[in-house]
Ligand binder design. Structure first.
Ligand code: BTN
Length: 250
């Protein structure tokens, strides 16, 4: 049974049974001049996209949606919103799982339950000639009923981790939209610091030895800190490396 989804203003929901990718659709809307707040949600994606050009397997039963925003800020500052989104998703996941479940944020913007990936975020922006962004699309996938088995990083789903059977995409989307909106207001009024602090309370592997896979090299070192802008500080043989994009593993 499909429940009616009610999103708080200014969100405006656009729903599809099947679409290529909710991020692609949100970008099409953005280029057509649709205002900030459009949320594209699909029950299934035929060409779901993950970070670094990977495929995001998108079967019916999980949650796939993308939010179009037009904040007046640089692309650099807008990246902070992926931490905000992963924090909100992590807290919602914590709320619907048994109390014993360990839910963490994995740098830069995955959510893990018991060290397995349950949610991923793909943030895309279009910059104006003056430097600020024209639009930003935050695409989020959450495994609710199923998860892919054959990935380089182990995955899981809400059902697998013990969520009640009635937890569905509609409920998780509504919960997310409320939490995101209140944190978005905090971010606009107070900046990144409160979000960064809350995200750090949930972070996975800080202080531990990690492998960082970058586009053209792989580094090993200690995950020392998250700097004021969200970059990962890696301690590599006494040298500090500031990393702004990549995949981390333990
Ligand atoms: C990742 O690689 O971890 C990011 C995955 C992002 C997947 C979501 S699903 C909804 C939105 N539409 C897409 O095509 N991708 C994002």
């Amino acid at each position: 049974m499909t429940q009616k989804v009610r999103l708080p203003s200014p969100f405006k929901l656009v729903t599809y049974d099947t679409i290529d990718s909710t991020n692609e659709e949100a970008k099409r809307l953005a280029r057509d001049g649709v205002p900030s707040g459009a949320v594209v949600w699909a029950k299934e994606q035929t060409s779901g996209i993950g970070r670094r050009g990977r495929k995001w397997i998108s079967e019916i039963g999980n949650l796939y949606f993308s939010i179009l925003l037009r904040p007046d800020c640089s692309a650099f500052k807008a990246m902070q919103l992926s931490f905000l989104a992963s924090l909100c998703m992590a807290e919602n996941i914590k709320d619907v799982l048994p109390d014993t479940a360990i839910v963490n944020c994995k740098w830069p913007n995955d959510v893990l339950v018991e060290e397995r990936k349950i949610s991923g975020i793909l943030l895309e922006t279009q910059t104006l000639p003056q430097g600020d962004i024209d639009w930003l699309v935050i695409g989020i996938g959450l495994n609710i009923k199923s998860f892919p088995e054959d990935l380089e990083f182990p995955a899981t789903s809400l059902t697998h981790e013990g969520a009640k059977n009635d937890i569905c995409a509609e409920i998780m989307l509504e919960l997310f939209s409320h939490r995101f909106l209140s944190n978005y207001k905090i971010w606009k009024e107070m900046g990144f610091e409160p979000i960064r602090k809350a995200w750090l309370c949930r972070v996975a592997w800080i202080g531990e030895k990690i492998t960082v896979r970058l586009e053209h090299e792989t580094l090993v070192g200690k995950f020392k800190a998250l700097d004021k802008d969200g970059a990962l500080i890696l301690l590599d043989n006494g040298d500090e490396r500031r990393i702004t994009a990549g995949d981390i593993f333990v």
